[in-house]
Write a protein that binds this ligand. Structure first.
Ligand SMILES: [Fe+2]
Length: 471
């Protein structure tokens, strides 16, 4: 969590200052209160992410303060960490009973405070984003469970039976399902079975809450894929703890998976950077070209409201679009002037060579259309496949515009750079023939917003034009 808001409630200024020092790494906004009463007023008005509270304080002690915080709908979702000099089992129990999320003694604070708060902030932000679907025909059970889960910070959806739940699942994917077994219309067995059969639903943890405590029933549900079974009547706190445990286990798995993917991606981006550097080291003219194309197409895509992942894919794809040129001989790649037909046939292989290189890296699969099709033309006269119009993947059509623009405004061994105005004119002239008109409009929007248009001095007007011989 970035810049959390933390409230410290302690009557000792020395303790407050030492806690502020320990909290330094969070880059938090920290507000101080001298007692429970002052703390409660600040908490009600202050939108805090976490509260640290002492127990023994004048005016209102920490136990009463915690109780009030947890009773107030405005503040009850704020986690409280009790930091007290009391360390008996009785004190610790009392702290948890009044709703503390963690209890640490002042002696332990130096060692434990940072990690305790880090874990709680992580779990809280995780809970805020988690939705649980409760399926039960009893309105009172639905209400009790909903209240308990919401109090603990989860979002809740409800349904009266399996059929209604499947309808809810068509519209929203929750992070967990809590279902009764005996229900009218569609019972828990059939509902669980239907969930397990649907690809998009089968990974959602399914927990059973049932009055049926027969072991056979339990086994049947577990065999169907339920992750846990709780018998009615249950203690709501016990149920909430089970839900938290199941989700936090899943969260840790997801977190580890995310870390693994992030590491793999970082490594891959470093590999790409060295591949592109290796390619561009051979050819001074194209130095920085791939980076520029990546920046242009990711900038264009941002304007369409695309997701962060799509924008990132576009940037990586743009950087890699010419990677297949690694497989083209120097005497052809770097030849000044026009190429012979035979030589050009070699150049025309670079999109396929690039796509082949990337095929072995699964996390780069989405960039392959950019690499393979960036030389296709709207009129079907491009290469390697001669795809026409909308058959050309849209990211490749965008890359063609960016590639053309950046090539035209850079020096190449086979022609001199054009000024921006002239490049834009050429792009407009080939719109609909070579380049996708929608992508050209998007590109012009991008240039407008970026403020590049006409900012450079007029250079050499190119009398050449874009032909399929442009590389
Ligand atoms: Fe190319």
């Amino acid at each position: 969590m970035n810049n959390p808001r933390i409230l410290i409630v302690d009557d000792s200024i020395t303790i407050r200052k030492s806690m502020i020092t320990l909290l330094n790494p969070f880059n938090a906004t920290i507000i101080e209160a001298k007692n429970g009463q002052e703390g409660f007023e600040l908490a009600e008005a202050g939108n805090f992410d976490i509260i640290l509270s002492d127990i023994e304080m004048p005016v209102m002690n920490g136990i009463e303060f915690c109780r009030r915080i947890k009773e107030n709908p405005k503040t009850r979702n704020i986690p409280i960490v009790v930091v007290s000099s009391f360390d008996s089992g009785e004190d610790i129990n009392l702290g948890f009973q009044v709703g503390a999320a963690a209890y640490i003694t002042k002696d332990e604070a130096k060692e434990l405070l940072y990690n305790t708060i880090k874990d709680i902030l992580l779990k809280t932000s995780f809970k805020r984003e988690r939705t649980i679907l409760i399926v039960d025909d009893s309105i009172s059970i639905r209400r009790i469970v909903q209240k308990g889960l919401e109090r603990s910070g989860f979002q809740v959806l409800t349904a009266e039976n399996g059929k209604e739940a499947l309808y809810v699942l068509n519209k929203t994917l929750p992070d967990m399902i809590l279902s009764d077994i005996d229900m009218p219309v569609m019972n828990g067995y059939k509902f669980c079975e239907a969930v397990r059969l649907k690809h998009e639903l089968k990974k959602i943890p399914f927990m059973v809450m049932s009055a049926n405590s027969d072991r056979g029933n339990m086994n049947r549900m577990i065999q169907q894929g339920a992750v846990a079974y709780i018998c009615k009547p249950f203690n709501i706190d016990q149920l909430v703890i089970m839900v938290e445990k199941i989700l936090s286990d899943q969260f840790l798995i997801l977190l580890k998976e995310k870390e693994r993917i992030d590491n793999e991606r970082d490594l891959m981006i470093a590999t790409i950077a060295s591949l592109v550097t290796a390619l561009e080291a051979r050819d001074a003219y194209t130095r920085g070209h791939s980076e520029a194309v990546g920046e242009i197409i990711s900038g264009m895509l941002k304007l369409t409201g695309a997701s962060k992942t799509e924008v990132e894919t576009a940037f990586i794809g743009g950087r890699l679009h010419d990677i297949g040129k690694i497989g083209i001989r120097d005497d052809i790649l770097l030849k000044p002037g026009r190429l012979t037909e035979v030589e050009f046939a070699q150049i025309m292989k670079h999109p396929d060579i690039g796509a082949e290189i990337l095929k072995s890296i699964p996390s780069l699969a989405d960039t392959i259309p950019i690499v393979r099709y960036h030389h296709e033309r709207m009129d079907g006269k491009g290469y390697p496949q001669g795809l026409k119009g909308s058959k050309i993947p849209v990211l490749a059509r965008m890359t063609a515009v960016a590639d053309t623009y950046h090539s035209l405004t850079s020096n190449r061994p086979y022609r001199k750079e054009s000024n921006i105005e002239n490049a834009l004119q050429i792009i407009d002239d080939v719109k609909g023939i070579q380049l996708c008109p929608d992508c050209v409009s998007l590109f012009l929007d991008y240039i407008d917003k970026k403020g590049d248009n006409g900012t450079r001095l007029a250079g050499t007007l190119v009398n050449s034009f874009i032909t399929t011989l442009d590389r």
